[in-house]
Design a binder for this molecule. Structure first.
Ligand SMILES: *[C@@H]1O[C@H](CO)[C@@H](O)[C@H](O)[C@H]1NC(C)=O
Length: 794
């Protein structure tokens, strides 16, 4: 393949011209930091305020008519000066005597008539073409320009030894503008030692130059502006006969040629036995008429004929008259591109063509059908034509046994006849089907030994899995389609290059990295990646292969969805293992729950958690209630916070534990032995005490149950409770009371015990604090007590 590409370039002939131009451009490109462009701004003089360091100055297409030494002498670093398309009429080369580095001077397209000479040695490129010189402007000082590569000149007349002063230079390129040449009688000009000679004639008049130009060595000849009719055709032939005799002339280009068909065939016929190997005609216009012309395909040195950009001004003509001349050519390479030609004929005898390029014509599916004579054809390019049916293309190749490369890109090819068997010649290794209208079906109609397949810019949605016959495929380009996944390589076991960017791949499957072991390069950017759990595997795989394999990573690989990730490079996309792995998530949740359960059980069993919870619950409920009871209701004539009823047996606990704890918080207690009013009966005292207290605390124990008095107290308090309708009873169970121990007559006590609304005195010392705090909380209310002395605020 590489070889053929080279052939194409060479056949375009530009090789010899391009080397000069490219060489010149690249040579100066690194001066760009001191480059100044001031073209097309109507300047009449070179501005005086340019930085003296300027190296490249483009001042073309202005109105400058005069150049003086003071204009440029201060630009001592100047290397490139472009002054084309101005109105300069006279030039004294001595103005450049302070520009020692000046290498490139373009003065083309001015009105120069005269130059004054001065020894300058630095020029590499000197262009004086397209001016009004009468004779060739050659100073004898030009003979010292030993570095001169390019020389452009113009003249109205020529003399044999005009170029003698520079004959010893080894010029690469000599441009001779003969647009104003007017001499009618025959002249001659001798040119020595040039690689490329470019002659430009008048663009609008018939070719009439009768100079006998002789050359010693010449590699490339280029003629621009050739207008011919049937009569003056011989003038050109005569002009060329001396020039094309030299055996070194391998490349010949005719540029902007307008001719009759008859004259074109005459010119081709003239060149056929000449040494020219690469003939290019660029921008050809055919006028007048096209008729059958005889052409003798004698032995020729010609390898490649290229005709590009043809305008046909003849509308009615026998098609075969035109096409036969080309189809029967006994050369290797033929390029006819950018023409209105609708067809090309099958050669009548086995043909010498190895390379045919018919880019950008209007060929249809009928081209080369049933053509058995293109037996040596290796490369066929039918890019940008009107081909429609992939099956016909396959059929066309059937009789081209040497065909290796086929390019049918930029047509309107469809592959709808999916089920039918399609045939290809087996020799094809490279097939370019890009920019067509092909669908998934195309994979069922491909040459079996393909190595390179270009299918970019089609309408493919998926690559069928059951395509098994592309075992040799190494490079696959399916960019700019609608694929939703990467392919696996089970079907393409040799795949090493995959281009699949600009598709609709959102969740690339693992299969690609698993099955494509031979992959050297994958380009999958610019797809709408869904940055979810499934993508992590792909990102991981990309991270594992070597960095050259994934093309355009990481810049072209971005999240498209979800919205929160949009635009984020895939390489920065991370998701935790936990949020993606359901099994792991379940195991983790289970483990956490187990730990919680064990902890809870432990707390319940060993630390009596339920007791604490009950306490806390009680506390909050008390506080809540206290807050909800209207204060006024409590503001009755209360003297105490609490009345405590207990059995004599429990007195020690009450006095040592309960009372100190409550009184420490300024809770006023009514104790019978302390606060009983003498003279009143015991019952009166009890009722009095209960009524004057905000709450009544009962310390329950087996002794309490047995005490008659205590039961009275409880009865009154309970009565009081229901009377007032509030919950002012606090029961403390100091010691457990067996159910059967409570005498049946005490049914109030029984029912209270049943409701379990008592607070149990914990045995563990650690719990005593919380227990007492809980009791205290019941009194945590703002209450104005009606004491004898004062109103105490709590
Ligand atoms: C196929 O043709 C297109 C368009 O002419 C071109 O850009 C591409 O490089 C070709 N493919 C190959 C593999 O040569």
């Amino acid at each position: 393949m590489g070889q053929d590409k080279e052939l194409i370039v060479r056949s375009f002939h530009f090789v010899c011209i391009m080397t000069v131009i490219i060489g010149t451009i690249s040579h100066f490109s690194d001066e760009s930091e001191f480059a100044i462009t001031m073209s097309k701004i109507g300047l009449t003089h070179i501005p005086k305020d340019l930085p003296p360091k300027t190296k490249v100055l483009d001042i073309s297409q202005n109105n400058i008519s005069e150049l003086q030494i003071s204009d440029i002498s201060f630009l001592s670093g100047l290397k490139v000066l472009r002054l084309s398309y101005n109105r300069i009429q006279w030039l004294d080369f001595s103005i450049f005597k302070f520009n020692q580095d000046l290498e490139y001077l373009d003065l083309s397209h001015n009105q120069l008539r005269k130059i004054s000479c001065h020894p300058i040695v630095s020029f590499k490129h000197l262009d004086l073409s397209f001016n009004d010189f009468d004779a060739l402007p050659i100073c004898k000082e030009f003979g010292n320009l030993t570095q001169l590569n390019f020389l452009g000149l113009s003249a109205m007349k020529l003399q044999q030894f005009d170029l003698l002063p520079i004959a010893h230079l080894h010029l690469s390129y000599l441009l001779l503008d003969l647009g104003n040449y007017h001499v009618k009688e025959s002249e001659s000009l001798q040119i020595l030692n040039i690689k490329t000679l470019h002659l430009v004639f008048h663009s609008n008049s018939l070719f009439s130059v009768q100079v006998n130009i002789s050359v010693n060595t010449l590699g490339c000849l280029k003629l621009t502006n050739i207008k011919l009719d049937d009569e003056n055709c011989e003038v050109l032939i005569k002009f060329l006969s001396e020039l094309t005799r030299v055996s070194t002339l391998l490349n010949f280009t005719l540029n902007h040629m307008e001719t009759t068909w008859k004259c074109l065939v005459r010119v081709l016929q003239f060149l056929w036995p000449r040494p020219v190997e690469y003939l290019t005609i660029y921008n050809l216009t055919i006028v007048e008429s096209i008729d059958e012309e005889d052409f003798t395909y004698s032995k020729t040195a010609l390898k490649a004929l290229t005709i590009e950009h043809v305008t046909n001004k003849v509308f009615l003509f026998p098609q075969t008259a035109l096409y036969t001349v080309f189809s029967e050519m006994n050369i290797m390479m033929l390029t006819i591109s950018d023409t209105p030609f609708i067809h090309m004929l099958c050669p009548q005898a086995p043909s010498t063509f190895k390379f045919l390029n018919f880019t950008q014509n209007v060929f249809t599916d009928s081209v080369f059908q049933n053509c058995f004579t293109l037996v040596r054809l290796e490369t066929l390019i039918l890019q940008k034509n009107g081909l429609k049916d992939l099956f016909s293309v396959g059929q066309m190749t059937k009789n081209m046994p040497s065909l290796q490369i086929l390019d049918v890109s930029f047509n309107s090819l469809e592959s709808d006849r999916c089920e039918e068997n399609c045939t290809w010649v087996e020799s094809i290794v490279m097939l370019n089907l890009s920019s067509n209208k092909l669908t998934d079906c195309v994979f069922r109609c491909l040459p079996p030994r393909l190595e390179v397949l270009d299918l970019h810019s089609n309408r493919i949605e998926s690559i069928p899995k059951d395509v098994t016959h592309l075992e040799a495929l190494q490079e696959l380009n399916v960019a700019f389609n609608s694929l939703i996944d990467l392919p696996g390589c089970d079907t393409f076991s040799s795949l090493s290059v995959l281009v699949i960017d600009h598709n609709s791949i959102s969740q690339p499957s693992d299969e690609f990295f698993q099955s494509c072991q031979k992959i050297r390069s994958i380009k999958a950017g610019n797809n709408p990646f869904q940055c979810m759990c499934e993508l992590r595997e792909f990102v991981k795989n990309v991270g594992q292969v070597s960095s050259e394999v994934v093309e355009a990573w990481p810049d072209s690989y971005k999240c498209d969805y979800p919205e929160s990730y949009k635009g984020i490079p895939l390489k920065d996309f991370h998701m935790s293992e936990l949020s993606c792995n359901t099994a792991l998530l379940m195991v983790t949740t289970g483990a956490i729950m187990l730990v919680v359960a064990v902890t809870v059980t432990f707390l319940c069993i060993y630390l009596d958690l339920p007791w604490y919870l009950r306490m806390v619950f009680q506390w909050t409920r008390t506080r809540y209630r206290a807050r909800n009871v209207p204060l006024e209701e409590l503001q009755r004539a209360l003297e105490f916070h609490a009345f405590i009823s207990y059995s004599e047996h429990d007195a020690a606990w009450v006095k040592n534990e309960l009372v100190p704890c409550l009184e420490r918080e300024d809770i006023r207690i009514c104790l019978h032995e302390r606060n009983f009013v003498p003279g009143k009966s015991i019952v009166e005292n009890i009722i009095n005490c209960i009524e004057k207290s905000y709450k009544s605390i009962f310390v329950l124990s087996p002794h309490f149950v047995q005490s008659e008095w205590c039961h009275y107290e409880l009865y009154f308090a309970h009565h009081n409770l229901f009377h007032k309708g509030s919950n002012n009873l606090i029961l403390i169970l100091l010691e457990p009371i067996p159910q059967n121990m409570i005498p049946s007559k005490y049914h109030k006590l029984k029912s209270l015990m049943m409701q379990r609304t008592y607070l149990e005195w914990p045995k563990e010392k650690s719990k005593h604090g919380l227990f007492l705090a809980n009791i205290r909380a019941a009194f945590n209310v703002k209450l104005i007590l009606d004491t004898e002395n004062d109103h105490v605020k709590i």
